[in-house]
Design a protein around this ligand. Sequence first.
Ligand code: FES
Ligand code: FES
Length: 161
Amino acid sequence: MSPGSRIVRFRVNGDPVEVGVPEHHTLVEALRYALGLTGTKQGCDKGDCGACTVLVDGRPTLSCILPVHEAEDRDVITVEGLARGVEPHPLQDEFDRHGAAQCGFCTPGILCSAAALLDESPAPTREEIREALSGNLCRCTGYTKIFVAVEAAAARLRSAP
Ligand code: FES
Ligand code: FES
């Protein structure tokens, strides 16, 4: 390992991982460049856009401003981990049905933020959805289809056996 690098161990989508990364790297860099998990997007890279949102111990987290060593021993869920086996997460399915993704760059982060919301609040109001996604910027959709898709996913999850 090169000087200035370190080994960091954590879990990604349920699997233990070990990465050797430069000390200054962030979690999004480790995910994308060390682990090949390119679903997580690197947008502004300074904590403004939400594109890099993943779940760390269940909480939406901006992976572009989290030094990777702070992920040590923690559980990270990326957009690749939201699906249930071969079945997409209801959020992914409803985003598809409602045309809630256009260019798609914001979508992985929005899906992670929305998944955390629905875990905590199975029947969120439109205002609660708006608040939960307020850190995730979308240049394409105008947000309405995103909110409708989250509501539809919430209804499906509530009615799931
Ligand atoms: S890439 Fe992390 S907030 Fe924009
Ligand atoms: S779908 Fe393009 S930024 Fe949101």
